[in-house]
Design a protein around this ligand. Structure first.
Ligand SMILES: *Cc1c(COP(=O)(O)O)cnc(C)c1O
Length: 413
């Protein structure tokens, strides 16, 4: 499409946008199980309105022109400190997402190694196979070699393998709370202890769990320690745009000590336009999503998050019980929250996935051993839970012969 010669009427192009998205995944109907964290209309309006109030602002000016953005960010970091066991020394920044938060966590490990162990020229990161691709991406960019460790029988990082993987080049060990593929929490205290013993960083990836596990614990669930209450945890990534229910484009990198934030900053003092400094990878940063994150936290409050987490917990139990009743179907490991995988003994899950896709569901298929389907539940799925179970029961017997070229769901863009 060429750029139109003349500008078009606003109503016309907005209508065209509405039409264009009609065939996208119907997340509003609870049909999608990744990429979107839906709640309800009040939630959507809150983040939309706060976002438009701040749409013209720029986070690059959060210390000057847009001081109110800096204050909103400080409020959000303070809330995260209370939820994630931080001391007064804990600090952090809003990033564009989990991948950028993880990048900053890995940068802190690199900066520490440069300062404390300058002889390390081929730095290594130790991560479980369930660790998020963002670690591999950060490793690729920062010149770190990923050293992968397997999982134990419960789909959690194998602590012995972690201990054995440490070399003089190790600069950081990674654990997830929880990991994405299975929703299980790695043995963070044991892993962080290994990092502490060797004087290297430990990063807890709480992108999924950071704004859910603290509320689940308050609801009485048995959640093992994973945050700054664990000695040895150096940095935490926690996504606001997942279970914080903020707008897409917001996550947190959190540092145990303010000095880590200082050493991970980028500063340049020889640019023609003058001094330049940023705490994250981004330069200009959208202010709208920061306002939206602040607004949804204030709108929900602790009561709201507890209510939504209770709702998702009940829904998860209901769906897991229903799935477990389909002959052959089985939940993998002991998922900590609303993210989990199930296998189907004696069934063809590829065919099941294709049939489900034909019926308008977006469900991730995982090349685990054995193969699995992946669900990620949010409050929006209350309305679709029974239909989902019914469709799973109806497609459970699907055979490859019935399936023709259906798109496979995957995380690629
Ligand atoms: C989503 C996710 C990430 C990466 O977050 P993005 O916001 O997609 O960049 C990292 N770790 C885990 C466990 C995740 O689920």
């Amino acid at each position: 499409m060429p750029l139109p010669l003349q500008g078009r009427p606003r109503a016309e192009l907005l209508n065209e946008l509405r039409t264009k998205k009609e065939n996208d995944g119907r997340w509003e109907d609870g049909r999608t199980f990744y990429l979107v964290y839906g709640v309800d209309d009040d939630h959507l309006q809150t983040i939309q309105e706060a976002h438009s109030l701040y749409i013209a602002t720029n986070g690059l000016g959060s210390g000057g022109m847009f001081k109110s953005l800096g204050a909103l960010e400080a409020d959000i970091i303070g809330i995260a400190r209370d939820l994630l066991g931080g001391s007064d020394a804990m600090t952090g920044n809003i990033t564009s997402g989990g991948s950028e938060s993880i990048f900053m966590g890995m940068r802190d490990a690199v900066q520490r190694a440069k300062a404390e162990r300058p002889h390390v020229t081929r730095p290594e990161m130790i991560l479980p196979i369930s660790g998020h691709p963002a670690f591999w991406k950060a490793a690729d960019v920062l010149g770190i070699t990923p050293v992968v460790v397997p999982l134990d029988a419960d789909y959690r990082a194998d602590v012995k393998a972690v201990a054995n993987a440490v070399t003089p080049n190790t600069i950081v060990i990674i654990g997830s709370a929880p990991n994405y593929p299975f929703g299980t929490i790695d043995p963070i205290p044991e892993m962080a202890e290994i990092a502490l013993r060797h004087g290297v960083n430990f990063h807890t990836d709480a992108c999924v769990g950071g704004f859910a596990l603290p509320f689940l614990r308050k609801l009485g669930e048995d959640i093992p320690p994973f945050d700054f209450s664990v000695p040895g945890v150096s940095t935490i990534s926690a996504d606001l745009h997942k279970y914080g229910f903020a707008a897409r484009g917001t996550s947190l990198i959190l540092y145990r000590e303010a000095a880590q934030q200082q050493r991970s900053r980028f500063v340049l003092n020889q640019w023609s336009a003058g001094p330049y400094g940023t705490p994250t990878l981004a330069g200009s940063r959208p202010g709208g999503v920061v306002a939206a994150a602040w607004a949804i936290m204030q709108r929900l409050g602790e009561e709201g998050y507890l209510r939504l987490n209770k709702q998702m917990l009940d829904l998860t139990r209901y769906l897991q019980a229903g799935i477990g009743k389909i002959p052959g179907f089985k939940i993998m490991g002991k998922p900590a929250m609303y993210v989990f995988a199930f296998t189907a003994d004696g069934r063809d899950l590829a065919a099941v996935a294709a049939k489900m896709s034909e019926r308008g569901w977006y469900i991730l298929r995982q090349p685990t051993t054995p193969e699995s389907l992946h669900l990620l539940l949010t409050p929006i799925h209350q309305q679709s839970a029974d239909t989902l179970l019914q469709d799973l029961r109806e497609t459970a017997d699907a055979s490859p012969a019935e399936v023709k070229g259906i798109r496979a769901a995957s995380y690629t863009s």
